[in-house]
Design a protein around this ligand. Structure first.
Ligand code: AMP
Length: 546
């Protein structure tokens, strides 16, 4: 027997319409590529999004068409999110930090018909455009005054495109499982793989971000700044969730350096933000150097890579900013687990609480997790057993876009997604990520968690960032090599680091080789690029005593 409830589809434009109707005066503030700070309201954003939707139909965008963006976090990008998906198209957000060959690959693989591009990336596209076989036209996301001379064929100015369109648009009642957005993983191995998000998945995920116990607990009382790019998994879904609950949205544009972020956080009275650890290293360096404090910021969501204990402690103890450590993936829209403390853990003494804060949190409702051994047998959630982390749920991908081979490898016969992460899960559901399976180091039959080693060395007061990779070893198979960035040059010696690690990690984890560098390479999404480090260091066999 079916329930007698309306079959009312969950479609993304309904989020912005709701914000316009119920939080019409709340602002979206953007630092623009052109220079000035732009501010308007959800009411304005919805009106312009409807104009854009009309313009897209005039351009000939039809259902299922891919329309790409190459843009920073800004208000026009928000309009594109809603308008492209809303007319039945697919908003394909391209990460401009990818190698040019990868951008070429994903535009052609997605068969994008149009590309909307920020001024910053016009040159990049000009150099690629003869190889982008499916693209019929380019829209430059600026006004007439800033419109550049460009070699891009059929280039149109965004503001001119929407200027004469009607402010009303009759959104089609799509099936909620219709694709709304597409994002490719940054692809550390092989070609990038596309995750094709449905309207339903995006809306349900937004509910998750607004739930009081989950990642961001967004509400109309919060002012949220995504310090994670809108070209990487929808800035973790924040532009959708902020509209769902009417949170003021602050979009930082191109500059995520410490000073720019700090100024925006203070001037717009930001209360919640989210991003990868590297961004917070920059922010902490800025406030450390200038002696500034945060007057409004209460919560930083850290994800994308493990949040080091030193960072969690500094933010909470010196700056009174709560850290919520979260785990997710492009394929999970992206939030899977979040680290808001259970009441019984919040009552624990501080040092014990930190042990939980360092974990990646607990599943958000809707996300099912399990760990399995190499044979695929489920392992107990006892906090000790370590296995491959598998996930399923309404906002988890069921396949990669047009990539049967990658899909076959990533999903098991019961439809669970193999995350490629290795983790333990305790009886309360706390997930502790041990490593990416390919980053684990196996030394003399013992596993070494690179995350664990990095976290521990980063608690050294003179170390700012560190990465551990495996290097081949004749006797032990592999040994860890530690690459370290210090506060000042030569601030600490390899011997001091080894002595520091000795009481803190298992003997076999202590690296024989420690290399000091000025900065670590980062990927297109701001994580430490271990592949690049392996290319530099892993070939040298570590023959020192172990
Ligand atoms: P991406 O799809 O580029 O967002 O990368 C997802 C991967 O980032 C995950 O599979 C993890 O390996 C890693 N990751 C995400 N969040 C965390 C976290 N809190 N701690 C450690 N690794 C993380």
């Amino acid at each position: 027997m079916y329930g007698l409830m309306m079959d009312y589809p969950l479609l993304t434009p309904s989020l912005l319409r709701f914000a316009a109707q119920h939080h019409g005066d709340t602002e979206i503030v953007s630092r623009t590529v052109e220079g000035p700070v732009h501010r308007y309201t959800y009411r304005d954003a919805y009106a312009r999004t409807q104009k854009l939707a009309n313009a897209l139909l005039r351009l000939g965008v039809s259902q299922g068409d891919r329309v790409a963006t190459l843009a920073w976090n800004g208000y026009r990008h928000v309009e594109l999110y809603y308008a492209v998906g809303g007319v039945g198209g697919v908003c394909h957000t391209i990460n401009p930090r990818l190698f040019h060959e990868q951008i070429e690959y994903i535009v052609n693989h997605a068969a994008d018909r149009f590309i909307f591009v920020d001024l910053s990336f016009v040159k990049l596209l000009e150099s690629l455009q003869t190889r982008l076989t499916s693209v019929q036209g380019y829209v430059i996301m600026t006004d007439q005054t800033h419109m550049p001379q460009t070699a891009l064929p059929n280039a149109i100015c965004y503001e001119a495109l929407i200027a004469d369109e009607a402010q009303l648009f009759d959104w089609p009642q799509l099936d909620e499982n219709t694709a709304a957005a597409l994002c490719y993983t940054s692809g550390t191995t092989g070609n990038p793989k596309g995750t094709l998000y449905s309207h339903r998945a995006i809306v349900l995920h937004a509910f998750g971000l607004c739930a009081a116990d989950s990642a961001m607990a967004l509400s109309s009382h919060e002012i949220v700044l995504p310090a994670v790019s809108m070209f990487h998994v929808h800035a973790w879904g924040i532009p959708y969730a902020a509209a769902m609950c009417g949170a003021k949205l602050v979009l930082p544009g191109p500059n995520l350096d410490g000073q720019n972020l700090y100024e925006l956080i203070e001037s717009e009275r930001v209360t919640v933000t989210a991003g990868v650890p590297t961004v917070w290293l920059g922010l902490l360096a800025h406030v450390g150097k200038t002696g500034k404090k945060f007057n409004y910021l209460r919560c930083i969501n850290i994800g994308g890579a493990a949040a080091p204990l030193s960072m969690i402690k500094t933010l909470e103890e010196q700056y009174n900013v709560m850290v919520v450590h979260a785990w997710g993936m492009t394929e999970i829209t992206p939030v899977g687990t979040t680290g808001r403390l259970l009441p019984k853990i919040a009552e624990l003494p501080r040092e014990q609480r930190y042990q939980f804060k360092m974990k990646q949190g607990r599943a958000v409702y809707g996300v099912d997790l399990k760990i399995v051994d190499d044979a695929g047998t489920a392992l107990p959630h006892d906090g000790a057993s370590v296995g491959h982390l598998l996930v399923r749920g309404p906002w988890v991908a069921s396949a990669y876009y047009e990539d049967a081979e990658a899909s076959a490898a990533a999903f098991d016969e019961d439809g669970w997604f193999r995350t490629g992460d290795v983790a333990s899960i305790d009886a309360d559901g706390h997930v502790q990520l041990v490593d990416r399976s390919k980053d684990l180091i196996k030394s003399g039959g013992e596993w070494i968690s690179s995350i664990d080693l990095e976290n521990t060395v980063m608690t050294h007061p003179r170390v700012t960032e560190a990465a551990a990779i495996a290097v081949p070893h004749e006797k032990w198979g592999e040994r860890p090599l530690l690459v370290v960035v210090t506060r000042e040059p030569a601030a600490v010696s390899a011997e001091e680091i080894r002595s520091f690690l000795k009481p803190r990690v298992a003997g076999w984890s202590i690296p024989d080789e420690i290399v000091f560098v000025e900065e670590l390479p980062h990927t297109a999404t701001g994580k430490v690029n271990k592949r690049a480090l392996r290319e530099i260091y892993a070939k040298r066999s570590s023959l020192t005593k172990a």
